[in-house]
Design a protein around this ligand. Structure first.
Ligand code: FES
Length: 127
């Protein structure tokens, strides 16, 4: 099974998932801190990630994802919405954007408060 490595300013986790799994589901399987305010129905952009390795192996972007990405911050050629991009046969390296990490902390205040208590939130650098 392909391996998906998720990295952010706070963590590195690796998921092994079957082809066809969304990046968001892969992240959730291993506690990857990817925000998903709309619940994964392509209605926000808080699951915005940068795919640093294996981009070509992901499912193709449709018009709905492209339109939604227009609303995201700091969009790059390697940007994808984690709820829409499906894993192919290749291993992947995925960076969780500042936008997505902040959304995750908004969605999980208990995690944010614990990190604040340890002096780890917010991180000094997001990228
Ligand atoms: S979770 Fe809202 S667009 Fe992906």
């Amino acid at each position: 099974m392909p391996r998906v490595t998720f990295r952010s300013a706070l963590q590195e986790v690796v998921a092994e998932v079957p082809e066809g799994t969304s990046l968001l589901d892969a992240a959730e399987k291993v506690g990857g801190q990817v925000g998903h305010s709309c619940g994964g129905v392509c209605a926000c952009s808080t699951c915005h990630v940068w795919v640093r390795k294996g981009l070509e192996s992901l499912s193709e972007q449709d018009d709905m994802e492209l339109d939604r990405l227009d609303l995201a911050y700091d969009v790059k050629p390697q940007s994808r919405l984690a709820c829409q991009a499906k894993v192919g046969s290749d291993d992947l390296e995925v960076w969780i954007t500042e936008e997505s990490l902040k959304a995750f902390m908004d969605e999980n205040p208990n995690v944010r408060r614990a990190l604040e208590a340890e002096g780890k939130w917010p991180p000094k650098k997001f990228a």
